[in-house]
Design a protein around this ligand. Structure first.
Ligand code: HEC
Ligand SMILES: [Cu+2]
Length: 365
């Protein structure tokens, strides 16, 4: 096409573009079918683990409603865009053509402003109602203090003797009686963490320097993973624990045991050491197995050194230093992410027991 011809096409009467009159009914049909498929897929996908709290049901319903409301919007936009790209694309010879000029359409603009506004206000109101509902205070609530630190959770329970003292659960397990309303009071010792039990559906940040709470009522006996949902450092992925929901009787028995731990049987006569070793193994499984490999304890963590390989040849005193003050000497190829407060958490005896145990089970020969 020469230059003159081109300017002629621009000034002359606008010829119709045959493809510009695409069939909007066809577009609507495709949109509806695609939306239905999208919504069905969204509802069929198993997004969440098993529901184990009273709060889970309204939250899952809210999720489904959001899927039903938002998938058609997403699909609708995609269909209009793709349909336009395919149907209204420029064909050969149409380089100079243009559609009829349009100057606004008030009715259309009112509609496309009003529909999203109604949708948004409606969904916000509904979500707010659900939030109010799941956060409602309930009678006979038991408060559990949850403390996050790099990279572990500790749980503190009110002593049932009413003394106002707290009982700490030290084994990385959060025991909860079934059907008991719980209020978690979250705290953080060092950096931001986030206390999340996916099966309960609730989660909240634990912020250093303040106490944040949320409520849940576990309603299903079982064991559920607890994860930290806020990137908190190199060991973040290992910051896991287990929520153990048990019957009221089992819980009372467990709490009683935590309040009055059985006296450690003093190693009698010649049998010295084996008691400490057994205790050390328990401590290891509860505190260290997530990061270290140790065949005697069946542990296969890989964040820290494989202790079967690195400990032979080290005596209990050297191992003790590695546990109590891990930053004194950093093993080659590793960063210093091992928690450095085991002496406070497990007591001097706990660290002694661990060191003796490790020295014993990794002895050469
Ligand atoms: C968050 C992960 C993590 C946890 C939990 C952890 N460690 Fe470590 N550990 C490491 C890393 C990483 C190193 C290597 C860096 C260093 O030496 O500080 C290490 C080093 C060690 C060493 C020195 C190893 C050597 O080759 O000299 C010992 C011993 C040890 N840990 C024992 C323990 C014990 C016992 C526990 C539980 C009370 C524990 N660790 C918990 C990550 C961890
Ligand atoms: Cu964390």
């Amino acid at each position: 096409m020469g230059l003159e011809e081109r300017s002629l096409a621009q000034t002359g009467p606008r010829p119709e573009r045959p493809h510009a009159r695409a069939d909007w009914k066809q577009m609507l049909g495709i949109g509806i079918v695609a939306s239905i498929l999208g919504v069905v897929a969204g509802l069929l996908i198993d997004w969440f683990p098993i529901a184990a709290s009273n709060e889970a049901k309204p939250i899952d319903t809210l999720w489904d409603v959001l899927i039903i409301a938002s998938v058609p919007v997403f699909v609708g936009v995609c269909v209009v865009v793709l349909f336009s790209v395919i149907k209204f694309r420029m064909r050969d010879g149409e380089e100079e053509l243009d559609g009829p000029p349009i100057h606004g359409n008030t009715r259309l603009e009112v509609i496309w402003t009003a529909i999203p506004a109604i949708l948004l206000v409606g969904l916000c109101t509904y979500a707010f109602i659900v939030l109010e509902d799941v956060e409602k205070a309930q009678a006979n609530t038991m408060e559990v203090r949850v403390v996050g630190e790099q990279f572990a959770w500790t749980f503190f329970y009110p002593n049932p003797d009413g003394s106002g003292e707290e009982i700490a659960a030290t084994r990385g397990e959060l025991y909860l009686p079934v059907n008991q309303p719980i209020k978690f009071n979250l705290q953080a010792k060092d950096v931001l963490h986030d206390f999340w039990v996916p099966a309960f559906r609730m989660k909240k940040d634990a912020v250093p320097g303040m106490t944040v709470s949320y409520r849940v009522t576990p309603n299903r006996i079982g064991r559920y993973p607890i994860v930290c949902a806020e990137l908190c450092g190199l060991g973040h992925a290992t910051m896991r624990a287990t929520a153990v929901v048990v019957s009221r009787e089992d819980f009372d028995a467990w709490l009683e045991e935590q309040a009055n731990p059985p006296e450690p049987t003093p190693a009698a006569g010649g049998g010295g050491g084996s008691g400490a070793a057994a205790d050390g193994k328990q401590l290891f499984t509860a505190n260290c197995a997530s990061c270290h490999t140790l065949s005697d304890a069946g542990a296969n963590g890989t964040t820290g050194p494989n202790l079967d390989e690195t400990l032979p040849g080290q005596d209990a005193a050297a191992i003790r230093t590695s546990i109590a003050e891990p930053s004194v000497e950093i093993v080659d190829g590793y960063t210093n992410i091992m928690p450095n407060d085991y002496e406070q958490r497990l007591g001097a005896e706990g660290v002694d027991a661990l060191a003796e145990y490790l020295a014993e089970v990794t002895k050469e020969g």
